[in-house]
Structure formats: structure tokens, C-alpha cells
Design a binder for this molecule. Structure first.
Ligand code: CP3
Length: 354
């Protein structure tokens, strides 16, 4: 493998000195890019696209051809694991993901068994290998998974939800069954991330998109405990031990101090928090990734630059910051505004690294 030419992301995640703040964007490969929509049309569907390593590699690289980004992220989805567990993933146009066989009872949960990941998700690891070859060391490649709690949300609800009454209901009516599901998922998630590392991923991210819907005590019991179990299992394996891991609970700002102790290298932070406050609270224990409101990209270029300046100033001097949005880029975003963002981060961040 050729040596890494741009290691800003990996250095920042390890809180080592960099010349400027690295930036990548959650959902950087996606529907806001016309070239993504064209490749997706060729693939026939979103699932057809992510199951085709050539085309998944192509769309992962598209944002890098447009913007001076400091990382690539595997093009895939967090719902590959539930699909591998036999739930039957499909997408309803305009409505998001669904499962043919959601988990509704303790018996459904008891019937699950850990899948052979290499056999059920070969296209994921093939895409990672192909991406590393195509990237040829230009920037590092990030692999990812959903958190156990967030995967459980989709698996029990059968798709997205506005109130999560089935999965949260289970946490009150049969917590032992939910714990069995989360324990199984934690081990599968860790093995899935380790397999991405073995295939060539150079950093890893855990998306806890729905941790923020829980009460504080439930967050600790059903989300954070299993993030920690994932980290422990990853750090116990030589293939993944050295890779920086970012964990991100959307809506989890009130729990960042506790989350910082889970053994990860970095925390993703949504836009509701000030990075300077979080940096103080977490005491330099972890790097921070974030945290521009994705909707800020609907403002004029001067406002985007001002927001970037504000966030950089809030974090302050020194390493340990990876610039990102506080959640994924929206499909209605003008790609020209993303270019403004990336250039602003590179230009305005250098004084913080002298
Ligand atoms: O960041 C990247 O560029 C990598 C690709 C990526 C996708 N999904 C591609 C995708 C990543 C990291 C994800 C993670 C993911 N998937 C999460 C966690 C991140 C988050 O946003 O909090 C979640 C909750 C999912 C589940 C999921 N997949 C949803 C809710 C949707 C949207 C459905 C819709 O139609 O709006 C998807 C589909 C999806 N995943 C798309 C992309 C580019 C859009 C699919 C399309 O082309 O139609």
C-alpha cells in the first residue's frame, strides 16, 4: 500500500499537531451531488448501488473529486447488519428504510444468531479494498457502523419512527429481551468494524443516531453501555486496536462527558453544543468532530464563513478538532455551498495550529 499523503484526519483524531483543521462531511457522497444521482440511476436503486463495489467505490470518490476533503468514507449504510441478520431490508421511495420482518417479541429476538459477515456482506469488504486501491494513499478511508441501540431502533420499529414506541416500549416491558438483542448487536457491530479494518479502513465511526431519544438513565443502560462493549471488543483485537474510533450520539450533548470515557478516540458532536464547552468538559481526553448545523449551508457564503470562524474559535488553539457538520448533509444542499465550507475551514483554521 502506498504511504498516506494526507494524514491530517488520523493525526487530529489522535490529538497530534496538524497544519490545518481536517474536514470531511457526514453523507458527503449522496443525493445533493448530481453525479451521485446519475450513478444511482445506473445502479437502479440505492441497495443496488451499495451492493455493487465498483459503483459504491465510484460514489465514495465523487465528493473528493469536487472538494478538497481530508477523508473518504465507505459508501454503504448502517442497515446492512440487520439485513445480514435476516430482517429483509428494503427502501420505499421518499419514505426511507423498512424491514419485512421486524422484531416484535422476545421470541423474534431469541431466534437471531450472529451472521457470517464475510459471507453475508462480501460487497462491503470488497468496496473497502477497492476504495483503498483507488485512493492510493491520497486521504484515509473511514469505515462505519450503526450503534447497537440505533440498529435495535430500526429492527424493532421495522423502519424509521417519530416516537420509537416499540423499541422504547420493549425497554420498559421486557428489558431483558432488549439487553439480549443489544449484546448480540454489540458483538456483531465490533466484528463488522474489525472486518472493515482488516479490509483496509483506517478510522472507524459508530453512528448512534437515535441515542438522543432516550432518558438519561436509559441512555446509559441501553445505548452507552453497548457503545462501550463495542469499543472493548475492538480494542481487544490487533486488527482494530490501533484505529481511531469516533462515536457520535445525535442529540447526546448532555452525555458527552460520560461518553468520552467509553474508550474511543473522538466524539462526534451535533450543532446544539459549543465545542469550547465540550472541550473543557471532556478535559482533552478525546478529539472532537463537528459541528456546523447542516442547515447553515442554506445561508449565503458570508454566513457560512462566519459560522466556520465561530466554530474554529470556540474549539480554540491546538489539535484534536475534525471539522464536520453536526449531522448529515441534506439532499437539497447546493454543492457550491459545500465548496465554500471546505475552503473556509482550510483557510481560516491555519492560525489555530501555529
Ligand atoms: O457519509 C457518507 O457519505 C457515507 C454513506 C452513508 C449512508 N448512510 C448513505 C446513504 C452513511 C454513513 C449512512 C449511515 C446511516 N444510514 C445512518 C446514520 C447516520 C445518520 O444520518 O445519522 C442512518 C440512520 C441510516 C439509515 C438510512 N439510510 C436512512 C434513514 C436513509 C434515508 C432514507 C431517505 O430516503 O431519506 C438511508 C438511505 C441512505 N443512506 C442514502 C444515502 C446516500 C440515500 C439513499 C438514496 O440514494 O436514495
Amino acid at each position: 500500500m502506498p504511504p498516506l499523503q494526507n494524514d491530517r484526519l488520523l493525526r487530529a483524531l489522535r490529538r497530534q499537531a496538524v497544519d490545518r483543521t481536517p474536514i470531511w462531511i457526514m453523507r458527503q457522497a449522496g443525493r445533493y451531488l448530481p453525479e451521485y444521482r446519475a450513478t444511482r440511476a445506473r445502479a437502479g436503486s440505492f441497495l443496488g448501488l451499495l451492493r455493487n463495489p465498483e459503483l459504491a467505490t465510484e460514489v465514495s470518490l465523487q465528493p473528493l473529486a469536487r472538494f478538497d476533503l481530508d477523508a473518504a468514507i465507505l459508501f454503504s449504510d448502517i442497515l446492512t447488519i440487520p439485513d445480514a441478520l435476516g430482517l429483509g431490508l428494503y427502501f420505499v421511495e421518499g419514505e426511507g428504510p423498512r424491514f419485512e420482518r421486524p422484531l416484535r417479541s422476545a421470541a423474534d429476538i431469541a431466534a437471531l444468531s450472529p451472521p457470517d459477515l464475510e459471507r453475508s456482506l462480501p460487497y462491503v469488504f470488497d468496496t473497502v479494498r477497492m476504495l483503498r486501491r483507488e485512493l492510493a494513499g491520497r486521504v484515509p478511508l473511514i469505515g462505519f457502523s450503526g450503534s447497537p441501540w440505533t440498529l435495535a431502533c430500526y429492527m424493532v420499529e421495522g423502519g424509521g419512527s417519530s416516537d420509537f414506541r416499540h423499541v422504547k416500549g420493549l425497554s420498559y416491558s421486557d428489558p431483558a429481551a432488549l439487553h439480549r438483542l443489544l449484546a448480540l448487536l454489540a458483538d456483531v457491530v465490533a466484528d463488522y468494524l474489525a472486518a472493515q479494518a482488516a479490509a483496509g479502513a483506517q478510522a472507524l465511526m459508530l453512528f448512534d443516531t437515535w441515542g438522543g431519544v432516550l432518558s438519561t438513565s436509559s441512555y446509559h443502560e441501553f445505548s452507552l453501555a453497548y457503545q462501550t462493549r463495542v469499543v472493548e471488543r475492538l480494542k481487544a483485537q490487533p486488527v482494530s486496536r490501533e484505529l481511531p474510533l469516533i462515536v457520535f450520539t445525535k442529540g447526546g450533548g448532555q452525555w458527552l462527558a460520560e461518553q468520552a470515557g467509553c474508550g474511543c478516540e473522538a466524539l462526534g458532536v451535533d450543532w446544539t453544543q459549543q465545542l469550547g464547552d465540550i472541550r473543557r468538559i471532556t478535559g482533552g481526553q478525546v478529539a472532537l468532530q463537528g459541528n456546523l448545523d447542516p442547515i447553515a449551508l442554506f445561508g449565503p457564503p458570508e454566513r457560512i464563513r462566519a459560522e466556520v470562524a465561530r466554530i474554529l474559535q470556540s474549539y480554540g488553539n491546538g489539535p484534536g478538532h475534525v471539522f464536520n457538520l453536526g449531522h448529515g448533509v441534506l439532499q437539497q444542499t447546493d454543492p457550491a455551498r459545500v465548496a465554500v465550507l471546505v475552503d473556509a475551514v482550510h483557510e481560516l483554521s491555519t492560525p489555530y495550529h501555529r
